[in-house]
Design a protein around this ligand. Structure first.
Ligand code: PRX
Length: 628
């Protein structure tokens, strides 16, 4: 952790005239009048029917926001811009991985694409409330698909296009999706990842999927089932795709999307977000923290398959009327200056990425950055895991040229919007995420829920409701209560440990549950274990996260083999491939160690704490609950 006293004062260029320049006044206003503060923010947006109440907390923890109001997030993200001066402004700017193709969409043409896709979905019988699974790479169609669903009041479930058929199939079945939207394949470092083949496997036994729409991207050969599969380019030219399409006005609390994320059991949780509150929350936080200006070109490198992509590639930037940039590829292919080249070429002003990416690029040295003119950068951002001081400083000095403040934003799939962050006018402390967003009150507590003194590590909790908060876990209200609201009644439990310093800055330390952040991706140990255990050679296994210089954490697995199998190098490689295939390549353990048995409590729970201590060569602590 960095020196808590080290402070970077805001530069006048980045703070003067910024939306949250008077951040202390905004904070005080929200602290004294939470409802008034959020009502003011919401009234910056368009509602077809005004709300009667800002917050309804009569059935906690199932809070409702902007009760009685009607809108649609698309009314504000697209429709309102095309009737005003932003009609011809760039909404979406896209670059291909081979760096040869640019696609640009003004707000006007973005609307045309969304209307077209919505008309097609409607013709396929997609109605208000229906679920649609989107399994697409970073191409403009992922944005059209999300917005088209929202426009009709359908609920999208975007699955990261790196998940395997098993993971995709369980998400399709759990959400009971009628329709899947995918592509023939995606480009990953010059190779084709066979998305359509994975969908074929995933929907083979699906009881609910009626249609699959396939976007042509790689041109690779795929099997098309003519009773179920449709090329998007064929549908686009049909009469059903033409004509206007109304943006359905919805109750504020109407579901916008579900997004599966990992928890401490093997079954991923489907986080549910709604139109009204999520819209106000992502709009406000992006505007305040990244200080969106008309001339900005905002680049968030996240994939639309994760919450960061939902909130800050798609919805937040479009709600603020910004230009959002999307790049199909990754940071180091074909050379480690691809990102810097893009920033220079497109004049990106605001660049929001993850510490793992910064650390991986930093290893290649400054020269790759220095050969590009990055003077357009005004603000930088970080998300997904704590940023270590060395990476912070490199990002600040080398990438930002010492003039672009770094917004370290702490939040979660569940929170929908930033919860702890800075704003450009706030002094920064490298390694600290800053302070709670206006209207939030975060507190660090001990295991009994008592606040701990400043400087002491404890569990991070949130005390106030916020508009973009998850409303529930889809089809599982009880698990929502149990997971987040039962440990410390009346407070939201984040699952993170943190400390607060005497100036009120929060320092996030890491997860306290069985969630591992690998390269910023959230994985559950139970999911990794389930994928491992499905291999015929494996009797049981335990996965733990251990610190890794670039990835933040790496997965280390302990495996007990069935009789007749020997743990050799080949089997390790086979298991890694098996996990990649049955869960995702991001879940591949760095190390697999074969053991005779796993340390367990008398009730049979794996003691990961003991394994972690052993892996790190640390004291194993209290072993009195160990079975043997
Ligand atoms: O542990 C925290 C870490 O990421 C977790 C949430 O993961 P996910 O739902 O995948 O959302 C990631 C992007 C919003 C948190 O519980 N985390 C997120 N942002 C930060 C962070 N840890 C430290 N600093 C951050 N800025």
């Amino acid at each position: 952790m960095s020196n808590e006293r080290e402070i970077y004062e805001p530069s006048p260029e980045s703070s003067t005239g910024s939306w949250a320049e008077n951040w202390e006044a905004l904070r005080d206003h929200a602290a004294h009048d939470l409802e008034g503060y959020w009502a003011e923010r919401a009234s910056e947006l368009v509602w077809s029917k005004p709300w009667d109440r800002v917050i309804d907390d009569s059935n906690k923890p199932f809070f409702k926001w902007f009760v009685g109001g009607e809108t649609n997030i698309v009314t504000n993200a697209v429709d309102r811009h095309i009737t005003g001066p932003r009609k011809n402004k760039l909404a979406l700017l896209w670059r291909s991985e081979d760096n040869r193709e640019t696609r640009t969409f003004s707000y006007f043409s973005l609307n045309r694409e969304v209307v077209k896709m919505a008309n097609i979905l409607k013709a396929m019988g997609v109605q208000k409330g229906d679920r649609v699974t989107i399994y697409l790479p970073r191409i403009p169609e992922v944005v059209f698909a999300m917005l088209a669903c929202a426009k009709l009041g359908a609920v999208h479930s975007v699955v990261f296009a790196g998940f395997s058929a098993d993971a995709l199939s369980s998400r399709i079945d759990d959400s009971e999706s009628k329709l899947v939207i995918t592509a023939d394949g995606s480009w990953i470092n010059g190779n084709v990842f066979p998305l359509k083949d994975i969908v074929d496997d995933a929907v083979r036994f699906s009881p609910t999927v009626e249609n699959v729409i396939v976007v042509r991207r790689t041109g690779s050969e795929v099997h098309m089932d003519n009773t179920r599969d449709h090329w998007y380019h064929d549908l686009e030219s049909l009469p059903i795709a033409r004509g206007a399409c109304e943006t359905v006005q919805l109750d504020s609390e109407h579901p916008l999307y579900i997004l599966y994320t990992s928890g401490s059991t093997g079954k991923p949780k489907a986080i549910l977000h709604t139109h009204g509150g999520y819209m106000v929350g992502t709009y406000t936080t992006l505007k305040h923290t990244f200080d969106i200006r008309e001339e900005d070109r905002f680049w968030c490198t996240a994939d639309a398959g994760w919450v960061t992509g939902h909130s800050y590639v798609v919805y937040g930037p479009l709600l603020t009327g910004a230009t959002t940039f999307m790049y199909e590829g990754g940071p180091t292919y074909p050379h480690p200056d691809r990102w810097w080249e893009l920033i220079e070429h497109y004049g990106i002003t605001t660049f929001y990425t993850a510490p793992t990416a910064i650390r991986s690029l930093m290893r290649f040295g400054d020269a790759w950055v220095n050969r590009h003119d990055l003077s357009s950068l005004r603000l930088l951002g970080s998300v997904g895991e704590p940023i270590n001081p060395a990476a912070w400083e490199w990002f600040y000095d080398v990438v930002g040229g010492g003039k672009a403040p770094i917004m370290d934003t702490w939040w979660q799939t569940e929170t929908g919007m930033f919860q702890i962050t800075g704003v450009p006018a706030m002094p920064q402390k490298p390694g600290s995420a800053g302070m709670p967003v206006f209207g939030q009150d975060a507190e660090i507590v001990d295991e009994h829920g008592h606040p701990v003194p400043d400087g002491t590590e404890g569990f991070l909790t949130l005390k106030n409701p916020w508009p973009a908060m998850a409303r529930t876990l889809y089809k599982d209200d009880q698990r929502f209560i149990d997971t987040y609201w039962s440990t410390y009644p009346g407070r939201y439990m984040t699952g993170d440990s943190a400390k607060r310093d005497e100036d009120g800055y929060f320092w996030i330390i890491g997860r306290t549950d069985d969630v591992i952040k690998v390269s910023g991706h959230r994985l559950g140990t139970a999911e990794v274990e389930a994928a491992t255990n499905s291999h015929r050679a494996v009797s049981e296994s335990a996965a733990i996260g251990i610190p890794h210089e670039v990835k933040g954490n790496a997965i280390h697995s302990y495996v007990v083999l069935n009789q007749g199998y020997s743990g050799d190098r080949d089997l390790i490689e086979e298991l890694r491939a098996h996990i990649a295939q049955h869960l995702s390549p991001i879940a591949k353990p760095d190390d697999i160690e074969f053991v005779d048995k796993l340390p367990k409590t008398r009730s049979g729970k794996i003691m990961r704490r003991v394994l972690r201590a052993r892996a790190l060569g640390q004291d194993e602590g209290d072993l009195s609950t160990l079975d043997e």
